[in-house]
Design a protein around this ligand. Structure first.
Ligand code: ATP
Length: 314
């Protein structure tokens, strides 16, 4: 029995460590990333049991991802390995000190083959939360169907459905995404979105308008992630806000997933709305101040680290 089940695509990552274009012999760091596994790792590090459902290639990257997730305590027992197509890959260049360029090699590859039969109903029914993102439905018709199957099973069983809009412009148009994201908002209990993402569903407006618009479609917990401005939420009809923590920005990628992991772990702990937002912001702050999509996510005993004015923790 796990606390959180999630599903989606996770890819290998080769990230150049120097600034500039990729060149022969450039130093690089090998890792992996995927919005849903980032959340699963964050929740697991905070002491809850998380499971990830997805497809990987039967290749070195697939094995690297599965073993790293296992090492993080994430249940990968429902992961399957494709022999016909490889694991997807992201190449990340730090093109200039301020501009990161990511190239994706994912179309038709293992992650996009996710299908409804991959969703183990017993695993979902026994969980406390199902978490899905708006990336997965953009990958392929079968991946979209898998998300809907998981959501349907969770709703029928009374398992809370958490949904991060996570709009990816490279995968689909705003119009195509807007309709699908709206459908998932209507089926979710918790919704996480950036302001631009919320506007795809409810139209442009103030943060209050965006949160109200999303909540009017059904979810009882709507959280708008606002980068360095923290978070604005509408939870059971009440507005709650929480500021970001002052930290040095090193790598913005993965902050949204870190926030979600923090919020969901606090919900699993039975904390108040304000404390859920606070933990989301703490995890977001850890994420942006360490390089890597998920590497900086805190363990439970580290949560108070950023509260101290001391630079050295002993
Ligand atoms: P992603 O790049 O992962 O898609 P996102 O756009 O979903 O991120 P953001 O709103 O950028 O999410 O950031 C999520 C959370 O991370 C914020 O709500 C905040 O808690 C934290 N965060 C982001 N940027 C900063 C910052 N500069 N300083 C402190 N905290 C930050």
């Amino acid at each position: 029995r796990v606390d959180l089940v999630t599903l989606g695509e996770t890819m290998g990552l080769v990230a150049a460590t120097d600034t500039g274009s990729f060149t022969v012999g450039a130093p690089a760091r090998v890792s992996f990333g995927g919005a849903e596994t980032n959340v699963a790792i964050g929740v697991s590090r905070l002491g809850h049991r998380a499971a990830w459902i997805g497809r990987l290639g039967d290749d070195p990257l697939g094995l690297l991802i599965a073993s790293a997730l296992r090492g993080e305590g994430v249940d990968v027992s429902r992961v399957t390995f494709e022999t016909e197509v490889p694991t997807g890959l992201m190449l990340r260049e730090r093109r200039t000190a301020d501009r990161v360029r990511v190239s994706y090699y994912r179309r038709g590859l293992a992650g996009s083959r996710l299908a409804p039969d991959d969703v183990d109903p017993e695993l979902v029914r026994a969980a406390r939360l199902l978490h899905v993102s708006g990336i997965t439905p953009a990958l392929s018709p079968s991946a979209r169907a898998a998300v809907h199957r998981a959501v349907e099973i969770a709703r029928d069983a009374g398992v809370l459905v958490s949904f991060d809009l996570n709009y990816r412009a490279a995968l689909w148009s705003p119009a195509e995404a807007g309709a699908e994201l709206a459908t998932l908002v209507e089926r979710a209990d918790l919704v996480f979105a950036g302001e631009d993402e919320a506007a795809l569903v409810v139209g442009e407006g103030s943060v209050a308008h965006l949160a109200k618009g999303l909540a009017s479609r059904g979810p009882t917990q709507v959280v708008i992630k606002r980068g360095g401005d923290g978070a604005y939420a509408l939870i059971d009809g009440e507005v709650v806000t929480s500021p970001a923590l002052p930290v040095t920005l090193v790598d913005p990628v993965g902050a949204g997933d870190a926030f979600v992991a923090g919020y969901l772990s606090a919900l699993l702990d039975g904390l108040s709305p304000a404390d859920r937002l606070r933990r989301g912001n703490v995890c977001g702050a850890f994420s942006v101040s360490v390089s890597g999509d998920w590497e900086g996510l805190p363990r439970r005993r580290e949560l108070a680290t950023l509260d101290s004015a001391e630079n050295v923790a002993r």
